[in-house]
Design a protein around this ligand. Sequence first.
Ligand code: KG4
Ligand code: ZN
Length: 346
Amino acid sequence: MLALGIETSCDETAAALVDGEGLILAERILSQLDEHRPFGGVVPEVAARAHLEHLDRLIGQTMQAAGKEFADLDLVAATCGPGLIGGVFVGAMTGKAIALAASKPFIAVNHLEGHALSARLGTDLPFPYLLLLASGGHCQLLAVDGVGQYRKLGGTIDDAAGEAFDKTAKLLDLGYPGGPAVERAALSGDPSSFAFPRPMKGRPGCDFSFSGLKTAVRLAAEQAPELTMRVRADIAVSFQQAVAEVMADRAEHAIRLMPQARHLVVAGGVAANQAIKARLLALAEKHGLTFMAPPLKLCTDNAAMIAWAGIERFRLGQRDSLDFAPRPRWPLESMSSQVPPFGSVN
Ligand code: KG4
Ligand code: ZN
């Protein structure tokens, strides 16, 4: 089994070749950090142009590095949403063109499904598991019952967690991308220096909210007599602690809603954060669950997870038409009707 995966939904242009065992034969990933840095965030039009400029070459390099031809592929999988639609178009059309030219099956992958299944890439993680997906665009708790079987237990009612990190970094002038910058600054801060709110903590259900926390960070930054490195580090660590605490609280509620879960999995760029991971690990241990965070390069946007999601779907006999229209919005739960129920596959 050999799958070519293509990812272009945000600011990473990526291609990967993955086999049926979950081995990544070759991959290329190009971050557009330099293109977006002057704007302090991802600019959709700039992203789409960059994908267009680099994708063909990255795919060519990936094939060459693995010594493979398009004829060797069993399937082509491309992210077809959700995401910044200009970029999604570039990846989807390129994937379709390769599938058409080489007469290979095409799988239109939901980017969130890529994240959701990434923990199974090269592991023997069984279904069902509880997934906390926290990235720049998404923050949700999902019961993953099987391939295509996703139940949303909670989600953010305003900002995504990664967005909150990015905005905090911007407010504190820590640089871009925000998450790693805040985490770095937090290392030298005192977590008890600012008493930031813990939005939604203790509330029923599993929803998140980060806008109040963001406002608190803004006020703290504005009210500080001087935004020294020390103050920034204190704000960063106090903010990070608040996010970690809220995430653990929401995940604990989700564990109660999904008593059959034996595994807690985190995915998405925010899963790179050590403080958040430590908190979730402690939570999993408390409830007798195993804790799993895919390796960093699989947590952030990448094409290997897209190839893998393609393989998982392909194995269930699924194929998509070349007419499949890329989607800016594509909730994961909407896919559940497309596959056999949990129990018939694993
Ligand atoms: O999954 P991802 O690469 O892209 C999508 O949004 O789909 O996630 C990127 C997000 C950004 O908001 C970034 O600031 C955040 O993940 N992030 C982090 C860390 N590394 C990346 N947030 C907190 N701590 C980090 N170390
Ligand atoms: Zn993502």
